[in-house]
Design a protein around this ligand. Structure first.
Ligand code: PBG
Length: 334
């Protein structure tokens, strides 16, 4: 950029002229946040209680299947295009292999069917990973030392994705970070005739402390042995995210995601600029909890910070945002 392209001389240039009134601010806004930018992150459970509050996420409840179906109708009314569902599984149904993840009559397939019946035009996105289903809380199968096995896990993830697609999921979203799983899932979907099932890859997913409240939400907190650093990315890395995304696109991802969101806006920017592919950011549970906690204490204006954080993803180049704020934000955006 040359100096002549950006004359700075004052008072010929007074940037405050553009900020003087709402009409001119609206006219010159570079980015716009609308309900169509939002994916509603929703926690579901397999019990009878309609709603169970998640303590570490004020304002978020775990919904039973009936409530999830009602929420899908609500999403449609609010103009939210899609919902991403995350399951809280009864501990009695968990085992070392996460076999409940393959149950065609399990919580997630039941939710998909109920939600699609209630609101067929709302996209349903399903997490592909074993952590809600394993007794040890890891995203895959482990060996005796606790190491998460890559290829063995991938084979199960393919089956899990097929169960979800069979139940009517529009999008499968692998969040496990095994190498090669996108290609394997894509081949599995094609082989089973699910040629239109979309894959949203959690392509650049970091080993993050910001997932803390989610582990309470899905009930894997007490279970988790060790950490996820042998499969999720090191927060120190940025180039590595581009390699992850490039591989997932080559293997058949339709859309990619960066996760967490706000602390990784630089990655959102790099990915969205480097690859011409829809790029989503996940404003994760810890980001949500921080805003809500400060707001509850009266330390920040929660609604204002919510909308400011959401537009920051658009500014960074995201096509949309997965967020627990989706319902609240859409209500305010009108
Ligand atoms: C599991 C998964 C996680 C989240 C989404 N899918 C947690 C993890 O990887 O440990 C986090 C969501 C959030 O924190 O809101 N594969």
């Amino acid at each position: 950029m040359t100096h002549s392209q950006f004359p700075q001389s004052f008072p010929a240039t007074r940037l405050r002229r553009l900020r003087q009134a709402p009409w001119v601010r609206a006219l010159t806004a570079e980015h716009l946040l609308t309900p169509a930018d939002l994916i509603w992150a929703m926690v579901v459970h397999d019990g009878d209680a309609p709603r169970i509050p998640v303590e570490a996420m004020p304002g978020v409840d775990r919904l039973n299947v009936d409530e999830a179906a009602k929420a899908a109708i609500r999403a449609e009314a609010l103009g939210i295009p899609a919902i991403a569902i995350f399951p809280h599984i009864n501990p009695a149904d968990k085992d070392d292999d996460g076999s409940e993840s393959l149950n065609p009559d399990g919580l997630i397939p039941n939710c998909i069917r109920a939600m699609k019946a209630a609101a067929p035009n709302v996209g349903i996105i399903c997490d592909v990973a074993l952590d809600p289903f394993t007794s040890h809380g890891h995203d895959g199968l482990i060996d005796q030392s606790g190491y998460v096995l890559n290829d063995e896990t991938t084979a199960v993830l393919v089956e899990q994705a097929l169960v979800q697609a069979e139940a009517g999921a529009d999008v499968v979203a692998p969040s496990d970070m095994m190498d090669g799983r996108i290609g394997a899932i894509r081949a599995g979907l094609e082989g089973d005739g699910h040629t239109n099932t979309l894959i949203l890859s959690y392509a650049a997913k970091y080993a993050s402390g910001f997932y803390g409240p989610y582990r309470e939400a899905i009930g894997s907190a007490t279970a988790l042995i060790g950490d996820k650093k042998t499969y999720q990315q090191d927060p120190a890395n940025s180039d590595e995210a581009l390699r992850e995304v490039a591989m997932d696109i080559a293997e058949g991802a339709d859309m990619v995601m960066v996760k967490p969101g706000l602390p990784y806006l630089d990655i959102v920017r790099r990915v969205s600029e480097t690859f011409a592919i829809p790029t989503f950011a996940f404003q994760v549970s810890g980001e949500y909890a921080m805003i809500q906690a400060a707001a509850q204490n009266g330390w920040i204006d929660g609604d204002r910070v919510m909308l400011e954080s959401l537009i920051s993803f658009k500014r960074a180049g995201a096509s949309g945002i997965i967020t627990y704020f989706a319902e609240k934000a859409a209500e305010q955006l009108g």
